[in-house]
Write a protein that binds this ligand. Structure first.
Ligand code: GTB
Length: 216
């Protein structure tokens, strides 16, 4: 059965692979699962038909037969449980890889998103210049802890897992910020993820939507 993913018809990430359909596309590519995409205009995301799939009127959603899922992390976990290649078979190693999935989205992502949103929407506020360094220091603290944990390993655990997929996805939001560059092993870790054929396939598919939307 070919699943269907929803994504932006006009991607605001301008083809940088930052919208959250990207980790789902990447996971689908890693497990070799073909998929269809339903592209949604922003207004369509807020209509009842889509809210029946996503209570918050967002993307991505994932439909497969009678199953309708939302939350990119949950969709990646669903794929990882049904296909080999994203979670180890060993029970304890699997639990640790899932712990990293949660950590990526609930420990590492919030300060990074907070910083990104401040830059995006608070730039004209009188207190922005004072607040931004505080936000960046919170990101720096987490990056330092992660950098020390990863050390010189290729991946967080014994092999590449869905935990790495979600963490690389989150860290990519710092591309160009200079913050990743302060931790060379994290910069190399993100580049290692981006060099995976499945990432490149997913990235090409995701940015093709932006290119087509820009050309129309
Ligand atoms: N926790 C949910 C969050 C989903 C989410 O934030 N979806 C966003 C798009 S991806 C978030 C995103 C948007 C834009 C960029 N960008 O770089 O431009 C990056 C990421 C959305 O639908 N937003 C519309 C709305 O909330 O009304 C998940 O992980 O699936």
């Amino acid at each position: 059965m070919i699943p269907t993913l929803t994504a932006f018809a006009q991607p605001p990430d301008r083809g940088r692979g930052l919208a959250r359909d990207m980790p789902v596309r990447w996971a689908l590519a890693e497990v070799g699962q073909p998929y269809r995409v339903r592209l949604l205009a922003f207004a369509a995301m807020k209509e009842p038909a889509h809210r029946a799939l996503h209570p918050f009127g967002q993307i991505p959603t994932y439909e497969e037969g009678d199953l309708a899922l939302f939350e990119s992390g949950a969709i990646v976990l669903h794929l990882a449980e049904r296909h080999p290649g994203l979670l180890p078979d060993d029970f304890n190693a699997r639990a640790r890889a899932i712990a990293w999935m949660f950590s990526a989205q609930s420990t590492m992502e919030p300060p990074i998103v907070e910083r990104g949103m401040a830059i995006l929407v608070e730039g004209d506020k009188p207190w922005h210049a004072e607040r931004l360094p505080l936000l960046e220091d919170r990101v720096r603290a987490r990056l330092g802890e992660l950098s020390r944990h990863l050390a010189e390993r290729d991946w967080l655990e014994r092999g590449f897992s869905a935990g790495d997929l979600l963490l690389v996805t989150v860290l990519r939001r710092l591309n160009g910020s200079g913050l990743l560059e302060e931790n060379p092993n994290l910069l190399a870790y993100v580049a290692r993820g981006e060099a995976r054929p499945a990432f490149r396939q997913a990235f090409a598919a995701q940015s093709a939507v932006f290119k087509a939307a820009s050309a129309s």
